[in-house]
Write a protein of this length. Structure first.
Length: 236
C-alpha cells in the first residue's frame, strides 16, 4: 500500500539531566544524544519499517543534521526523493532535557526548514496518488491544507501541535487522530480524564469525520464518522 507523509523532520537533541533547570538557571547535563525525530518523519519511519511504498515530503537544511535525517529515514525504508534541501535554513531541531528518574522533560523546537515547506511542495503525484496521506501540524497550515486538498486517498491528520483547524482542512480529512490533550485543546475545554461518551461528544464537536482519540496506556477510542461525513470515496 502506498503511504505518503507530508510533514516535519527534526533532529532531536536529548540531554540527560539530574534535575530540570528553572528559569535563568544553569544545570550540567550528563550526556547529549542526537536522534532523528519530527512528527512527520517519525510517522514515515514507523510506516517504512512495516512495509514498502512509503514516501516522505518535507524539507531539511543544507547541513549535517539534514544529512543525518535523510540517512535515518532512508534506513527505515522510506523514499526521501521529495525531501528538499533548503538553502539558508537549518534543519529543524528539538532540544529536550530529560530528567533522570522521573523522565520529565522540556522541549524547545526550532522549525528551521520545516517552516519553508510550501503548498507547491505538497502538490505532487506522490500525494495525489497515495492510498493513505498522513499529516500533522509541524509545517505551515496552508501546506497541510494543500496536501489534504489534492489527495485522492484516505487522509489522516494528527492535529499536533494543536491549533485551530479551518473548515477548509477538516472538510478534507477522513480520520483525525488527537490525543486527549489535543482533543481538549481543539474543543476548548480543560484537560481531564473523561468517560468515553464525553470524549465522543467532544470529538463530534471538532470534526464530522472519523476520530480516533488516543488515550495513552488506556488505548484509543474510535468515534465513527457522523451521518453524511466528509469522507470522499474518490477512488472507484
Ligand atoms: N503507557 C502506555 N502503555 C501502552 N500503550 C501506550 C502507552 N502510551 C501510549 N500508548 C499507545 O500509543 C498510543 C498513542 O499514545 P498517546 O499517549 O495517547 O498519544 P501521544 O503519542 O500523543 O502521547 C495510544 O493510543 C496507545 O495505543
Ligand atoms: Mg503519550
Amino acid at each position: 500500500m502506498s503511504v505518503t507523509v507530508v510533514g516535519s523532520l527534526n533532529e532531536d537533541v536529548l540531554v540527560a539531566v539530574g534535575r530540570l533547570p528553572g528559569r535563568g538557571e544553569t544545570v550540567i547535563g550528563r550526556s547529549a544524544v542526537l536522534a532523528p525525530g519530527g512528527k512527520g518523519a517519525n510517522q514515515a519511519a514507523a510506516a517504512g519499517v512495516l512495509g514498502r511504498g512509503v514516501h516522505m515530503v518535507g524539507r531539511v537544511g543544507e547541513d549535517p543534521a539534514g544529512d543525518r535525517q535523510l540517512a535515518a529515514l532512508a534506513g527505515a525504508g522510506v523514499d526521501v526523493g521529495l525531501v528538499h534541501r533548503t538553502p539558508g535554513a537549518p534543519t529543524g531541531s528539538a532540544t529536550i532535557p530529560v530528567e533522570d528518574g522521573t523522565g520529565e522533560n522540556l522541549i524547545v523546537v526550532v522549525p528551521g526548514a520545516n517552516a519553508e515547506l510550501t503548498p507547491g511542495d505538497a502538490d505532487v503525484e506522490s500525494v495525489r496518488r497515495a492510498a493513505v496521506v498522513l499529516l500533522q501540524l509541524e509545517v505551515p497550515l496552508e501546506t497541510v491544507t494543500a496536501a489534504a486538498r489534492v489527495a485522492t486517498g484516505t487522509v489522516v491528520l494528527t492535529p499536533a501541535p494543536p491549533r485551530p483547524l479551518p473548515a477548509t482542512l477538516t472538510d478534507r480529512i477522513d480520520v483525525l487522530v488527537p490525543n486527549e490533550h489535543e482533543l481538549a485543546d481543539l474543543a476548548g475545554v480543560e484537560v481531564a480524564e473523561r468517560p468515553a461518551a464525553e470524549l465522543a461528544r467532544l470529538a463530534r464537536s471538532i470534526a464530522p469525520c472519523a476520530v480516533v482519540v488516543t488515550l495513552g496506556a488506556r488505548g484509543a477510542l474510535v468515534v465513527p464518522p457522523q451521518g453524511r461525513c466528509c469522507c470522499r470515496r474518490r477512488r472507484p
